[in-house]
Design a protein around this ligand. Structure first.
Ligand SMILES: Cc1cc2nc3c(=O)[nH]c(=O)nc-3n(C[C@H](O)[C@H](O)[C@H](O)COP(=O)(O)OP(=O)(O)OC[C@H]3O[C@@H](n4cnc5c(N)ncnc54)[C@H](O)[C@@H]3O)c2cc1C
Length: 479
């Protein structure tokens, strides 16, 4: 048995005994044979370095040490882990790419299921792809683009796993047309908290399908997904427009959204380097050979500072990799691995300007760091259908994200930002907004009940049915 594949075969001996036997050498199949419960799958790792790597996430704000890490080869491995965990009341946290921000993929003394090796892209057809949930969106896109196809909605960052974004929703530049990634899921294979492997879709086990999509991993670990595909555009023309102030940015964003002139519509408020802000609209239109957009028509009647506009043409693939370039920049500056106290919310369309303006006025220049930004753009509620995706109850809402990228590894400063996030959340909630549930601040089970609102009974019932011992996704603190 290779040393990096030492196995946690101590089922029935208790974890302390298994750890002790690991410390003195390899666990043995004799120990497994003496177990009185279901045996652990033969690929739970106990090595300190493997456990340490699963003890933090991208946010680097929370640290929780698991007792072991399962690297499953199949759904059956995960199902047998769940049956083992059920007998011993051990918590289990799925981990895709570990890009959660506030310890959501962590578990203290439980087992982390590292999905990254379950990443096969199985079957690309003209309208759908079957993929293992540990695959990244980047790898999935590479496979589909080879056939001229793409998922309708990609997250801005492609280094996230399919299962990780299905757990929260998955929002991106095409969400104004196609909703969340969870709105584009056709079917799922799921290992439930009580150790069953189930298929679900709108017609098969629909309660599970609705509880798993954007259900914060509470009812099952997604192992395989069938996702919708559409024809990939050849090229993208990207328009960056700059504005003097917030009202003019928001007015043009609203207009562009309702008129549908851009296929992709996003925007941001950025530090201007001297303590103030600059306001940016990001729009994009796809086109094929011989059909480039008419810029004059696209931009007519807008109030941006036209001399500052940046218009660029990219291949579709280049365009999807833009965040990857930003990642490389942050890595080169050592800022990718600093604490990242991000804050992500949706504001009501009717008061977004007032709420955003109030919050911006109260933010100090270093609130988001030199490379951070405040993402701000509108979306139409009618594009979104996933029951557990929570949105303000209006026809239009605004994404409002503080992408805080501190320039240094200053833990007390990051903690202050986390406290500030909670204060801002309370304020936004009072104003009818909701959080996109990936941000950095603590939520109590009571907060989650308020968050899920009218969908709470559905999630609670699904939890009772599919994870009755509350073993799954403890990092969210939902139940
Ligand atoms: C740099 C960066 C960019 C981002 N950009 C976007 C963006 O453009 N759009 C967007 O919507 N979000 C974005 N996010 C947020 C991101 O979608 C979520 O944090 C997502 O959950 C992370 O995916 P992951 O694979 O890293 O999951 P992890 O961090 O590993 O896990 C996160 C949660 O998902 C659960 N989970 C993971 N895999 C599974 C599975 N197979 N089955 C069930 N539950 C599972 C975990 O238990 C955990 O609770 C971004 C985050 C970062 C750090």
């Amino acid at each position: 048995m290779p040393s990096d594949r030492r196995m946690f075969l101590g089922a029935g001996l208790g974890v302390t005994a298994a750890l002790a036997s690991h410390a003195s050498g390899l666990t043995t199949s004799a120990q497994a044979a003496s177990s009185d419960g279901p045996p652990l799958p033969a690929n739970v790792h106990l090595e300190p370095e493997v456990r340490a790597a699963a003890a933090h996430d991208f946010g680097r704000l929370i640290h929780k040490q698991p007792r072991g890490v399962l690297r499953p080869a199949s759904s059956a491995d995960i199902a047998s882990l769940m049956r083992w965990a059920k007998d011993r009341d051990v918590k289990v946290a799925a981990r895709g790419q570990g890009h959660s921000i506030y310890g959501r993929s962590l578990t203290e003394n439980g087992i982390v299921v590292d999905m990254s090796a379950m990443n096969a892209i199985r079957d690309v057809r003209y309208d759908r792809v079957v993929v293992d949930a540990g695959a990244t969106w980047r790898d999935l896109l590479d496979a589909t683009l080879a056939q001229g196809l793409t998922p309708p909605v990609l997250t801005n960052y492609l280094g996230l796993s399919v299962g990780g974004t299905i757990a929260v929703g998955g929002i991106g530049a095409m969400s104004s047309r196609h909703g969340m990634q969870t709105d584009n899921v056709i079917a799922l294979e799921v290992v439930t908290g009580d150790g069953n492997v189930l298929s679900c879709s709108a017609t098969a086990n629909p309660d599970l399908f609705d509880a798993v999509r954007a259900g914060l991993g509470q009812c099952g670990i997604v192992t395989r997904a069938t996702l919708r595909l559409v024809r990939a555009p050849e090229r993208i023309r990207r328009f960056q427009l700059f504005y003097r102030d917030l009202p003019s940015l928001l007015a043009d964003q609203r207009r562009m959204l309702t008129e549908g002139r851009f296929e992709q519509l996003q925007g941001a408020v950025l530090p201007d380097g001297s303590g103030g802000w600059r306001y940016q609209l990001d729009g994009a239109i796809s086109y094929g050979s011989g059909s480039a957009p008419d810029d004059k028509a696209v931009l007519s009647g807008l109030s941006d500072e036209r001399g500052a506009a940046v218009i660029a043409d990219l291949s579709y693939r280049e365009d999807t990799l833009a965040f990857g370039k930003f990642e490389n920049l942050l890595r080169s500056k050592g800022q990718w691995s600093n604490p990242q106290p991000w804050f992500l919310t949706f504001l009501r369309g009717s008061n977004a300007e007032r709420v955003a303006d109030d919050i911006l006025a109260g933010l100090k220049g270093d609130a988001v760091g030199p490379f951070g930004r405040i993402t701000l753009y509108p979306l139409l509620t009618r594009a979104f259908h996933t029951p557990l995706v929570r949105l303000p109850k209006e026809d239009m809402f605004f994404v409002f994200n503080l992408i805080r990228i501190p320039a240094s590894n200053d833990a007390p400063a990051a903690e202050r930002m986390v406290a500030d996030n909670r204060r801002l959340y309370d304020r936004i909630r009072e104003a009818g907004g909701v959080q996109y549930p990936v941000g950095a601040f603590a939520m109590s089970p009571g907060d989650w009940e308020v968050h899920f609102g009218s969908s709470w009974p559905q999630l609670r019932e699904a939890k009772r049915r599919y994870d009755p011992q509350h073993l799954l996704a403890p990092g969210y603190n939902v139940f």
